[in-house]
Design a protein around this ligand. Structure first.
Ligand code: AMP
Ligand code: GLY
Length: 438
């Protein structure tokens, strides 16, 4: 089979790595991929959001399956466009992807289907939002309804901050049209849990739970990022919590999508918070998470391609989705200054990996692209990677215990070298504390 993978991050690198182990896969085409993905896939220079461009490549190269990984092409309807041309896909349609594309839609959906989530109100009128803000307790959370690169959530600790957040999103259009409609939400507390789950529209099979670390610096300080590291399994996701999530959240979500007339096919990501009242949904993502995917896919023992094909065909029930009982840890090595401002173009040195270790390349380009302007590249430059983004490399390791997985991932991460390489040093610390106190 020839498979297309749309996207260019560490998450896509992990998906390509897993699929490349399947002997039925003759070629993987990454659209556009990155300098690391290029080792296992043919990278084609097309933007991940370019729907006609991706459809053309899929037709020209006769791809048998296209996996649409990032949120924006899903929300824009790339799956619908590919299906329209008779091309098989992994991922939800535009209508099903609204669960991520519109927080207002997602919240109203949860209310309709009685799925536990923080109390909320939706506003499209600034005056009304400001009047409501007068009555809100603090803290209160203000969210842009549309996609905002993970930055559209403001936790407001004072009334003034609520007012400022509303202005920022609505009249100042800080997130463009994504902030035209906003959600004002009750502040809830508790450990966060990520669960990625496959669905074929009717049934749902979760992968191992995980815990992302979203803040830039140790001890959960600094600005929010795309995710600085992750561990799996998440110790707060006990058997009892898993059962409640399945009964109260996962199944009602899949049934709700069906009832709305747009069943969810693909990977649905539940961002959960374990509150004193039980698990609640913070957000849905209509796709694999990053860095959750890099962390949990190495633990998947069943065949990923079989699962992906079944999500479209509708017979996921018949396909195994078994996981190893090991733990996994992913440490993100980022460019200094991420997520605010950072330089690119620094050469990267990567160590050799041992079994149960992987280096997934995210924001890096093949050195040859960077030196092309200066004349013909040498062989060494051809093989060299240079930094090309904020999150650059994911060092991932598995081991029988979480502590050992963390130690292995850090030992690997410390050997990744480039100018300005930074990482958090406490990935998994909270999870280890929870393990020890339980
Ligand atoms: P979201 O993009 O909706 O997942 O929000 C990003 C982050 O903001 C979450 O991972 C939480 O840490 C935090 N957050 C979102 N909603 C709430 C809420 N209602 N109460 C407390 N924290 C929240
Ligand atoms: N790790 C969070 C996300 O992928 O949105």
């Amino acid at each position: 089979m020839k498979i297309g993978v749309v996207g260019s991050g560490g998450r896509e690198a992990a998906i390509v790595w897993k699929l490349a182990q399947d002997e039925r896969v003759e070629e993987i085409v990454a659209l556009p991929g990155n300098g690391g993905i290029a080792e296992l896939a043919t990278c084609v220079d097309v933007e991940a959001t370019d729907i006609p461009g991706v459809v053309n490549v899929a037709k020209e190269r006769a791809l048998d399956l296209v996996i649409v990984t990032p949120d924006d092409p899903l929300v824009l309807g790339m799956v619908d466009a590919l299906n329209h041309e008779g091309i098989a896909t992994f991922g939800p349609t535009k209508a099903a992807a609204q669960l991520e594309g519109s927080k207002a839609y997602a919240k109203e959906f949860m209310q309709k289907y009685n799925i536990p989530t923080a109390a909320f109100r939706v506003f499209s009128d600034e005056e009304e939002a400001l009047a409501y803000a007068e009555t809100c307790p603090v803290p209160t959370v203000v969210k842009a309804s549309g996609l905002a690169l993970g930055k559209g959530v403001i936790i407001c600790k004072t009334r003034e901050e609520i007012t400022r957040a509303i202005h920022h999103m609505m009249s100042e259009a800080a997130f463009g049209s994504s902030g035209k409609t906003i959600v004002i939400e009750e502040y809830i507390e508790g450990p966060e849990i990520s669960v990625l789950a496959f669905s074929d529209g009717e049934s749902i099979k979760p992968l191992i739970s995980s815990m992302d670390h979203k803040r830039a610096f140790d001890n959960d300080e600094g600005p929010n990022t795309g995710g600085m590291g992750c561990i799996a399994p998440n110790p707060f996701y006990t058997k009892d919590v898993a059962r409640r999530c399945m009964e109260d959240i996962f199944l009602p979500t899949i049934e709700g999508c069906q009832a709305e007339g747009h069943p969810f096919h693909g990977c649905l990501f539940f961002g959960l918070m374990l509150t004193a009242d039980g698990p609640k949904v913070l957000e849905y993502n209509c796709r694999f998470g990053d860095p959750e995917t890099q962390t949990v896919l190495p633990l998947l023992q069943s065949n990923l391609l079989d699962i992906m094909l079944a999500t479209e065909r509708g017979d996921l029930e018949k396909v195994a989705a078994e996981n190893s009982s090991d733990a996994s840890c992913c440490v993100v090595i980022a460019s200094k200054g991420y997520p605010v401002a950072y330089e690119k173009g620094f050469p990267i040195t990567l160590p050799q990996t041992s079994p149960a270790e992987e280096l997934f390349v995210a924001g890096a380009a093949a050195g040859v692209e960077a030196v092309a302007a200066a004349g013909p590249a040498t062989d060494a430059q051809h093989n060299e990677l240079v930094t090309n983004g904020g999150r650059v490399i994911n060092a991932v390791a598995q081991a029988p215990s979480l502590e050992a997985a963390i130690n292995k991932a850090y030992a690997l991460a410390e050997q990744v070298r480039f100018d300005g390489a930074t990482m958090r040093h406490d990935i998994g610390k909270r999870a280890l504390g929870a393990n020890q106190s339980s």
